[in-house]
Design a binder for this molecule. Structure first.
Ligand code: NI
Length: 139
């Protein structure tokens, strides 16, 4: 049987800092380079959310995209215009790299979409910039 997904793009802006307290300043600088700046630096992130499920024969849709927009925005708003290290509870013990932000978003969005019958979160793709992205998908 053919497989079908539907995807929607979201955007948010956030800042972050890469730093490990258990490393010397020199080692932090060696590994993380300019990203150790104490006041952080920002990115315009682009988030692609892909949902899987059966097409409702009455609507022709997997999910109503306004529902998807509303539910995902409830998560994205927690990240938008935030200094991820300090303004969110998610990066106290892990560095807010693109990979870790994507993992965090996947878990939060998956939990949020559990409210919608029949569909599930299939994949997310998070762009930090146009040429760098991380992906997380269901396993
Ligand atoms: Ni950065």
């Amino acid at each position: 049987m053919n497989q079908i997904t539907v995807s929607k793009k979201f955007e948010f802006s956030a800042s972050h800092r890469y730093w490990r307290d258990d490393w010397s300043e020199q080692k932090n600088k060696e590994i993380f380079g300019r990203c150790i700046s104490p006041y952080g630096h920002g990115h315009n992130y682009e988030l692609h959310v892909t949902v899987k499920g059966p097409i409702d024969p009455q609507t022709g849709m997997i999910i109503n995209l306004s529902t998807l927009k509303q539910l995902v925005n409830e998560i994205v708003v927690q990240f938008d215009h935030k200094f991820l290290n300090l303004d969110t509870p998610y990066f106290k013990n892990r560095i807010p790299t693109t990979e870790n932000i994507a993992l965090t978003l996947f878990d939060l969005i998956r939990e949020k979409l559990a409210e919608v019958p029949k569909i599930r979160l299939y994949k997310i793709r998070l762009y930090e910039r146009h040429d760098i992205y991380a992906e997380v998908w269901e396993s």
